[in-house]
Design a protein around this ligand. Structure first.
Ligand SMILES: [Zn+2]
Length: 124
């Protein structure tokens, strides 16, 4: 299951950052998901909820933001956000909003990024 390994990677990155900063607790984690990351956001959120149990992330608010797909069109040279037909999360179709072409280059929107972590430090 793709979402499981992604979730594990996210949790490891957050825990590592928290440890490096001597955090006692993680209050908030913001994750950006590209629309083409081949991830089902609800499923990812569910798995994250399970994985953070009994860790210092347990009580954190997990925010998931979907980021748009940026493309460049081979046919009309449009540059910007694509139109996505993602009724199927695992096989989204991306096309140019200007001319409807599928001959496009994808510049952004394939990644999952931990964008922000809010931590709590011991108050001494
Ligand atoms: Zn176009």
């Amino acid at each position: 299951m793709h979402e499981l390994s992604m979730a594990q990677g996210i949790i490891n990155a957050v825990l590592e950052t928290a440890e490096t900063n001597n955090a006692t607790e993680v209050n908030e984690v913001t994750i950006e998901i590209g629309r083409l990351a081949m991830i089902n956001p609800e499923q990812l959120e569910f798995i994250l909820g399970v994985l953070i149990e009994n860790t210092i992330i347990e009580d954190a608010e997990i925010k998931i933001e979907n980021i748009p797909v940026e493309i460049e069109c081979d046919d009309c040279e449009f540059h910007g956000n694509a139109v996505i037909d993602d009724k199927d999360h695992y096989a989204p179709m991306v096309k140019c909003p200007e001319c409807g072409s599928y001959k496009i280059e994808i510049l952004n929107g394939k990644d999952i990024i931990v964008k922000n972590i809010v931590i709590e430090k011991p108050d001494d």
